[in-house]
Write a protein that binds this ligand. Structure first.
Ligand code: GLA
Length: 740
């Protein structure tokens, strides 16, 4: 039983395989956080950990109970107004305008399994065999308002899923802030790892030691954004990929979010995560309830590879659409960087035919197939085929692709509208705008009000017709601008701050309906690359286009950062042409493929423009990836920490299969070095007892030798080499197989 409760001490102890999460009801009737970390035995109480001492100059619970000082108390889900001045997890505004809450413990319920949240992406245990869920209920002292703290523990995963819901039976209140989870830790000796960047430079790792005050990552863009990602890690300063303590946090949400880490006056740390409270409030009338998105919390003392792996394992089993979660994804070719919008059916067929010859499995027709979209000024919202480009419709083109034995995918940008479109002619009011204000264009386009039911219905109908007509296998769902002039005609003036969340709920509804109606269509989410790379999307779309930047070097940084919070099957990675479209860099076809192998692999170029030799190489790459695809997409992923990777010039990644009989590692060296010394590559995650072959070496090696003593890496280029190869941006691959 992973959830232990003690009625008398009102203590709750959640145990996963290796961790304990403990909280207890405290004197004011709220929940106090006791401990989260490596597993400890179950006890009726931990009074030593809950000792309270009176400190000067702080507020107390009452005249009688002066050692109960909220400022010093670690809580589970804190509000403001009663003497805790740290970042609040929730704030309610009452009918008299006051914003001070007092919720008192009422009771709890333990249930087998984990139900999906209606209308929101969420974790699940559909069979009810893997999870135990705990709901702890609190009631407002003055109002008929209930607050539920939800927790779920999964048998096989060192993960705790948390969320909160409010149910109102009394006077209307406004929820001004309702984050998903809070965690108070007893000290501040942590580094914050965040994954930040911008368009074409998403999710670079930044690691900084905590300091007093608040440090946040956030998005106010109504998408999770290129700029910050909801995934964060708190790690002890000595924690690396192989050892040490780390807490991981991620949010199952795709809109504006806030992750705040606050170090207070007593050097304790509070983490809160959830919907960004700026531009959020929610009117809750009698009979209504509000459910926050879920937050994922995970702890390990075995380093950050273990943290990423345990979170990834959980995503695979309990978050990603089970239809695809463990399936091998097709190798695709996408025409975007090959043609942009300048194509004819015949030009595309040439790419398709060549792709078929090389063994590629799916053709994805990107932007430009609908309305009269020859450039980005027009036609978004008109999801019917451009007859000029496809005489027999896109259905006709799709059947030509299918006849060749290839799958067929299409690009949509469902949430968008162009002024030059039939949709705008018919429904100008469906566009998000604030009456009387200038509309702010981005990429010449505007956004549909997804909070309007008729908008969601209309897009659903149009997309469904195309899916049926083309017998579609895959959809790339793009979202290429952020929202400005936020406003919806569906809500009265005093409720406009619900818009941002309602927009996302509309997006989720459309995803839900399409994935239900067409369960075999694989969705890849995209937002100008990785602008909505989050767990909310992953619930529906098991993979996401990692970045518009397909340069192999930039992708090393992006995919390395991404790997802390997500697994390779989640990230789309393609080989594109050189000089690279985003940075002009020339890297070898070999390196481009070796970076893209780690992920849902594909190509994004016109194969006909490659030399015959290069086309042969592509064939070999495709054949190799097919053989190793399961390992690359679903193997256990490691970032290699070794003396060699201690600088930013060298990165190492490795995937290992479940029984440790197969592994592939790649060592990336960005710039070549003159006259290097002898270098060793240290494998990880192998079985020390097994004997392995590396590539086609005659000598064999024990796992212990490969991991502890290392493996010699030949220099990239002897000085005598002639002709000189492209020696920068090198990728050396090691295919490792157990031989006994
Ligand atoms: C975005 C995507 C690209 C491509 C274009 C099409 O930028 O990230 O991959 O689909 O839109 O307009």
């Amino acid at each position: 039983m992973p959830v232990f409760t003690n009625e008398e001490t009102k203590l709750f102890h959640l145990q996963t395989k290796n961790t304990s999460y403990i909280f207890q009801i405290i004197a004011n009737g709220a929940a106090g956080q006791v401990y989260y970390g490596a597993k400890v035995p179950v006890k009726p109480s931990y009074s030593n950990l809950m000792t309270m001492e009176e400190h000067d100059c702080t507020n107390t619970l009452s005249e009688e109970n002066t050692s109960f000082q909220l400022e010093l108390i670690k809580q589970e889900y804190a509000t403001q107004g009663k003497g805790d001045f740290r970042e609040a997890a929730y704030v309610i505004q009452y009918p008299d305008g006051s914003r001070t809450s007092e919720f008192e413990y009422q009771g709890y319920q333990v249930e087998k399994g984990k139900k999906r949240l209606p209308g929101l992406p969420s974790s699940f245990d559909d069979e009810g065999t893997d999870a135990t869920s705990l709901t702890v209920t609190f009631k407002d002292r003055l109002y008929d308002l209930t607050m539920n703290l939800h927790y779920t523990v999964f048998n096989d995963d060192d993960v705790i899923v948390r969320s909160t819901s409010f149910e109102n039976k009394g006077d209307t209140v406004m929820i001004d802030r309702a984050l998903s989870a809070q965690l108070d830790l007893p000290d501040d000796n942590y580094d914050l790892l965040q994954f930040s960047g911008t368009w074409a430079r998403e999710r670079h790792l930044y690691r900084n030691h905590l300091r007093p005050g608040t440090q946040s990552v956030a998005s106010r863009r109504i998408n999770s954004s290129h700029h910050e990602n909801p995934a964060i890690i708190l790690a002890r300063p000595n924690t690396d990929n192989n050892q040490g303590e780390a807490f991981g946090f991620n949010l199952v949400y795709s809109g504006s979010f806030l992750d705040t880490v606050e170090v207070d006056q007593f050097n304790t740390t509070r983490v809160v995560t959830g919907i960004h409270p700026d531009d959020f409030s929610w009117q809750l009338e009698a009979g209504q309830s509000f459910q926050t998105p879920e937050a994922i919390l995970s702890y390990t003392n075995a380093g950050m590879n273990a943290l990423s792996q345990q979170m990834g394992h959980f995503y695979r089993d309990h978050l990603i659409n089970p239809h695809f979660a463990k399936e091998d994804r097709p190798i695709l070719i996408n025409n975007w960087e090959a043609t942009f919008m300048d194509f004819t059916e015949e030009k595309l067929m040439k790419i398709v035919t060549k792709a078929k010859e090389t063994g590629i499995e799916m053709f994805v027709l990107d932007d430009g197939w609908f309305g009269h979209r020859d450039n980005d000024l027009t036609s978004l919202g008109d999801w019917f085929v451009d007859q000029k480009k496809f005489l027999n419709g896109v259905g006709g083109f799709a059947s030509r692709v299918h006849k060749l034995g290839m799958k067929f995918g299409l690009w949509f940008e469902p949430e968008m509208i162009s002024i030059d479109s039939k949709l705008y002619e018919d429904h100008p009011d469906w566009m998000i705008q604030t009456k009387g204000r200038l509309a702010t264009p981005a990429r010449h386009q505007f956004v549909l009000d997804m909070a309007r039911q008729e908008v969601v219905d209309d897009i659903f109908n149009k997309m469904s017709a195309v899916i049926k007509d083309t017998k579609l296998d895959y959809i790339k769902w793009d979202m290429n601008r952020t929202i400005t002039e936020a406003f919806t005609a569906t809500l009265p003036a005093n409720r406009q701050q619900e818009f941002a969340h309602r927009y996302i709920l509309g997006v989720y509804q459309l995803y839900e309906r399409l994935t239900q109606a067409f369960p075999s269509v694989l969705f890849e989410s995209c937002a100008s690359g990785g602008g909505r790379f989050d767990l909310g999307m992953m619930y529906y779309a098991p993979q996401a286009w990692c970045s518009d930047d397909t340069d192999a070097v930039e992708r090393i940084y992006i995919q390395d950062g991404t790997s802390y919070g997500y697994i390779p099957s989640m990230w789309g990675a393609h080989v594109s042409a050189v000089p690279n479209d985003q940075v002009g860099r020339v890297t070898s076809l070999d390196t481009r493929a070796k970076v893209a192998y780690f992920g849902a692999f594909g190509y994004e170029l016109d194969l006909n423009e490659l030399s015959e030799e290069e086309q042969e190489t592509v064939k070999e790459q495709v054949a190799f990836y097919k053989q190793q695809r399961h390992l690359f997409q679903h193997g256990t992923f490691y970032r290699i920490d070794s003396p060699d990777t201690a600088t930013d010039n060298v990165y190492g990644w490795q995937v290992v299969n479940d029984d440790q009989s197969e592994a592939i590692a790649v060592r990336f060296q960005i710039l070549n070095e003159p006259n290097p010394g002898y270098i060793r590559f240290y494998f990880t995650g192998l079985d020390p007892e097994k004997t392995y072959q590396v590539n086609d070496d005659e000598e064999t090696y024990s796992g212990a030798e490969l991991m502890n003593a290392g493996y010699f890496v030949a220099r990239i280029m002897p000085r005598s080499a002639s002709p000189k190869p492209l020696a920068d941006f090198n990728a050396t691959m090691f295919v490792v197989k157990a031989v006994d």
